[in-house]
Design a protein around this ligand. Structure first.
Ligand SMILES: NC(=O)c1ccc[n+]([C@@H]2O[C@H](COP(=O)([O-])OP(=O)(O)OC[C@H]3O[C@@H](n4cnc5c(N)ncnc54)[C@H](O)[C@@H]3O)[C@@H](O)[C@H]2O)c1
Length: 265
């Protein structure tokens, strides 16, 4: 119960990694808000949170829209009384776009809006509340695609490196107010995200032709992961709980790789 009495907002908490973070935080005692563009998924996860005995609010929010983000923050404060923890998890690599010469201007704009601009918008909306209370935790879900510069996803890799940089910029600015800001870089996880990516790789890369999406994923795990196993949404949930806990009060501006060792290669 390390988060008892806390209120957490997990963007994109309706599926995959976000759901893992929502459930880990709820098990540790937090009430949770789940803003997601796919509201039916958010409502399903909200049902699981209720079964754990926590308060929860699910809502339709597009994190690329400043109006939506401001309305979301107001609604969470009204429904749950405050915000202690902001997890910027919503993101997408669709379309992945390899090679980079095939990328369109729209691919870059869309990828930056959902992965990077969204972090700016939510941090800006929540910061005055955190500063007033001289407390708060921000956890941004970046990706190992940033540090390894994944050729399979050019705009996404650059956008996620941007998430690591905005984490450090905001951490510096908010540190004097007692607020920590950190990133988590997940490695390779079998969520909707990788199912779409694996389908694209099988269709476009000769070395993977004829493979099923799951075979592409397993080969990727075997090829790049020293620990030779995939990561899970629970792994990311535990890391997020730690960064939100009192024990992590002096950790800020960091990017924690939860990747079975990929980035150290
Ligand atoms: N799966 C992986 O291997 C992996 C690795 C590294 C990083 N990540 C990152 O983890 C995060 C979660 O991804 P996932 O693997 O769970 O994929 P996912 O597709 O299952 O989840 C993404 C969630 O974000 C929501 N979302 C998308 N656009 C949104 C928007 N504009 N506004 C609000 N919500 C929006 C989706 O509805 C969905 O619930 C993403 O930021 C992703 O980039 C994933």
């Amino acid at each position: 119960m390390r988060l008892a009495g806390k209120v957490a907002v997990v963007t994109g908490g309706g599926s995959g990694i976000g759901r893992g973070i929502v459930l880990a935080m709820a098990r540790e005692g937090a009430d949770v808000a789940i803003p997601d563009i796919q509201v039916l998924n958010a409502e399903k996860v909200a049902g699981e949170v209720k079964e754990l005995g926590r308060k929860v609010v699910a809502m339709k929010t597009d994190v690329t829209s400043s109006a939506d983000v401001r309305a979301m923050v107001d609604r969470v404060r009204e429904a749950l009384g405050k915000i202690d923890i902001l997890v910027n998890n919503a993101g997408s690599a669709s379309p992945p776009g390899m090679p980079f010469t095939n990328n369109t201007e729209e691919d870059w704009d869309r990828t930056f809006a959902v992965n990077t601009k969204s972090v700016f918008l939510t941090c800006k909306a929540v910061a005055p509340h955190f500063i007033e209370r001289k407390a708060g935790r921000i956890i941004n879900i970046a990706s190992i695609a940033g540090p390894i510069a994944a050729v399979t996803m050019p705009p996404y890799s650059v956008a996620k490196m941007g998430v690591i940089t905005i984490t450090r910029v905001v951490a510096k600015e908010l540190a004097p107010h007692g607020i920590t800001v950190n990133a988590i870089c997940p490695g390779v996880l079998w969520t909707d995200f990788w199912q779409k990516l694996a389908t694209h790789i099988a269709e476009t890369t000769p070395a993977f032709k004829g493979m099923t999406p799951r075979q592409v994923f397993d080969k990727r795990v075997a090829d790049i992961t020293p620990m030779k196993r995939e990561q899970t949404p629970e792994d990311i949930g535990w890391a997020a709980v730690f960064l939100a806990s009192d024990e992590a009060r002096n950790i800020t501006g960091q990017a924690l790789n939860v990747d079975g060792g990929v980035v150290m290669q």
